[in-house]
Design a protein around this ligand. Structure first.
Ligand SMILES: CC(C)(COP(=O)(O)OP(=O)(O)OC[C@H]1O[C@@H](n2cnc3c(N)ncnc32)[C@H](O)[C@@H]1OP(=O)(O)O)[C@@H](O)C(=O)NCCC(=O)NCCS
Length: 160
């Protein structure tokens, strides 16, 4: 759970209240570049118990991502972000794997993500799907988004 490089030890753990600001900042840094959807502090707090984070050896929160249950058979991997200078070290993969393991443990059968990085999710066993095959997501949440219906995020689905 804690791979070490010459530079740092990275600890994967459940998010705590003290991670909330860093989660918000990580997500919104990429959102400002159009790479993912923004989140408010209220959304971060309301969903904090969904989140895993990775902390470096100084305790800084350097990556985040959450598993959000939508229904009996369906959960979404949301707000996945790895600090830019630490990408490519397996941190994103560790967070997704933690989400998938938890989803499986609690009896969910399908996980999905909406993303501009389909290649990353393909590496982790997800396959591309038409977002309209996820009606609970589209009509429960997407339709309220300012980007709807013109969003070009790609739906990636994995059976557990
Ligand atoms: C996408 C993101 C989370 C990936 O995290 P990461 O820590 O850099 O990725 P990892 O190092 O865990 O990569 C795991 C594998 O996926 C591959 N991979 C990573 N990004 C990829 C991409 N964009 N396309 C194809 N493969 C990719 C890696 O090469 C690695 O493969 P390997 O095991 O064969 O070496 C990260 O780049 C990020 O935060 N991007 C900006 C925000 C974003 O787009 N989030 C996704 C929103 S759902």
């Amino acid at each position: 759970m804690t791979p070490t490089t010459a530079a740092a030890t990275w600890q994967l753990t459940r998010a705590e209240i003290s991670d909330a600001q860093a989660i918000h900042d990580l997500v919104n840094t990429f959102a400002a570049k159009g790479e993912m959807l923004p989140r408010t502090m209220a959304e971060v707090y309301e969903n904090l118990r969904d989140f895993y984070v990775v902390r470096d050896d100084a305790g800084a929160t350097v990556a985040c991502g959450g598993l959000h249950i939508l229904w009996a058979d369906l959960a979404e991997i949301k707000s996945l972000a790895v600090r830019e200078d630490l990408q490519g070290h397996g941190l994103g993969q560790r967070i997704v794997n933690a989400c998938l393991e938890e989803a499986h443990q609690i009896g969910l059968s399908t996980a999905f993500a909406l993303t501009y990085r389909p290649g990353f999710f393909e590496k982790l066993g997800f396959t591309q799907a038409d977002v309209m095959t996820l009606p609970r997501k589209v009509w429960g949440e997407c339709y309220r988004c300012p980007k709807f219906p013109g969003c070009n995020e790609i739906a990636m689905v994995r059976t557990l």
